[in-house]
Design a protein around this ligand. Structure first.
Ligand code: D9A
Length: 416
């Protein structure tokens, strides 16, 4: 916590968000009356801390169903991910996982000891128990997506993940992320919180997953290269180097940065769909659940853009304070549009005019601005409010800076 405050010292709105987050009541949810639910939410909180909070803020009708969807997918992923499991053993699990989730008492202890979500599969009988308590409509949606994703994963596990063209890249991301968007949209519609249109617009639901997944794939380049996973399409990196690993060679720095902008443009192409999707979501808790990962993705792209660090360091991540600030500010569509405008402007400002994608990036950033101004006129006032907070620490005003430092030190002492 203290180091998170330190990292956000020049961003007072983040310091405020961090302190509010820290002081917020911790035991907001009490699952002690139900052993299964207690274990399920324990697993959820173990796998993903900030996202778990967003799931737990969903309205009761959807909360358990989406928690279980998340845990089922995480279980499937943990089998797919484990390179210590032989292919002939792995494939049947991937292909039948949609049936396994109906088998009371099933669990899986074959993961290697270093697999981070190993315990989830050791106790998977709890997930199955929770799954079987869901309304049949939610069970069917989860099983259908699990079936399609498991078969997609089995295909890539057999053939090897070979992402050549941009179409291959979109297809791979569809299986591992786009399908999640489709399933969630069906659940929103099935709950009655959202109109049938949300489930019908599969193109937009798919883009919700692709924007998140492509941002992660761009960020995790070095880690994936180290683990022998190559997700960047050859149609992109092949324009800059002969072999993908050459991107990390210092003498290729300029080419590597051009390739990075290419990956950023490719991901940003989904933002118009993301904004359109979010404009359909009426339920407040569904809206926050959908919007928070997306604003985190554009904040991450802003951090990655023109940042050579992605080729030299494995953990390029936005500040904890930035995450908490984004979660706090993503409560309505005007604020979310303002956040997109804020980061689009920062991305555009950082662009190098000598980069081959300078104009493409400018066009997409301009388009984001245009869509937001016309669809969400309220975002302009929100943008000014956000900018006042973001800029306060970097305005060069000595008094402001001194006040910020003094305030942060005082707060740090209160918390420590
Ligand atoms: C999501 Cl049920 C994901 N994925 C995410 C998280 O958001 C999406 C996995 C399972 C579920 C949902 C998500 C959230 C809301 C609406 C969505 C949606 O569609 C309409 O999915 C498209 O990343 C994983 C995939 C991208 C593969 C789908 C957000 C999340 N964030 C991480 C942060 C990180 O860096 O990974 O998990 C976290 O908070 O730990």
């Amino acid at each position: 916590m203290a180091s998170a405050i330190l990292a956000s010292l020049l961003h007072p709105s983040e310091v405020l968000a961090l302190v509010q987050y820290k002081l917020a009541p911790k035991t907001k949810y009490d699952y002690s009356n139900n052993k299964t639910r207690e274990r399920l939410y324990h697993h959820l909180n173990m796998t993903s801390r900030s996202f778990a909070a967003v799931i737990q803020d969903l309205d009761d009708e959807l909360k358990d169903a989406i928690c279980l969807f998340y845990l089922v997918l995480r279980g499937l992923d943990t089998i797919e991910d484990d390179m210590t499991i032989d292919l002939e053993i792995k494939l049947p699990y991937l292909k039948t996982f949609h049936e396994i989730i109906y088998q009371k008492g099933w669990n899986f202890t074959e993961n290697g000891p270093n697999e981070k979500d190993r315990q989830l599969l050791v106790e998977f009988d709890t997930v199955i128990e929770g799954f079987l308590e869901l309304k049949p409509a939610y069970q069917t949606i989860i099983a259908d997506i699990t079936k399609r994703m498991g078969n997609g994963m089995a295909h890539y596990a057999t053939a090897g993940i070979n992402v050549v063209t941009n179409a291959d890249y979109d297809e791979y991301c569809h299986y591992v992320a786009g399908l999640v968007g489709l399933g969630l949209s069906e659940m929103f519609t099935a709950s009655g919180f959202e109109s049938p249109m949300v489930a019908e617009r599969k193109d937009l639901s798919n883009s919700m997953g692709l924007f998140l997944q492509k941002t992660n794939i761009t960020r995790d380049f070095l880690e994936d290269l180290r683990d022998n996973r190559r997700f960047w399409p050859e149609e992109i990196w092949g324009k800059y180097v002969d072999e993908i690993k050459d991107l990390t060679e210092p003498e290729n720095k300029e080419k590597a940065l051009q390739c990075l902008s290419h990956m950023v443009v490719n991901a940003m192409a989904h933002i118009r769909d993301v904004l359109e999707y979010l404009s359909m979501i009426k339920n407040k808790s569904c809206f926050k659940f959908c919007a928070i990962p997306q604003v985190m993705a554009i904040a991450t792209l802003n951090l990655l853009h023109t940042n050579y660090m992605i080729y030299t360091h494995e953990n390029v991540k936005i500040r904890k304070g930035e995450t908490v600030w984004l979660m706090k500010e993503s409560s309505n569509v005007d604020s979310v549009a303002a956040i997109f405008r804020l980061y689009a402007r920062q991305i555009n400002n950082k662009s190098n005019p000598l980069d081959p994608h300078f104009v493409d990036i400018g066009v997409i950033c301009g388009e984001i601005e245009q869509i937001c101004v016309s669809k969400y006129p309220g975002s302009t006032a929100e943008l000014h409010r956000l900018q006042a907070g973001v800029m306060a620490g970097t305005s060069g005003n000595v008094l402001t800076a001194a006040a910020v430092v003094a305030g942060a030190i005082a707060l740090k002492n209160v918390i420590a």
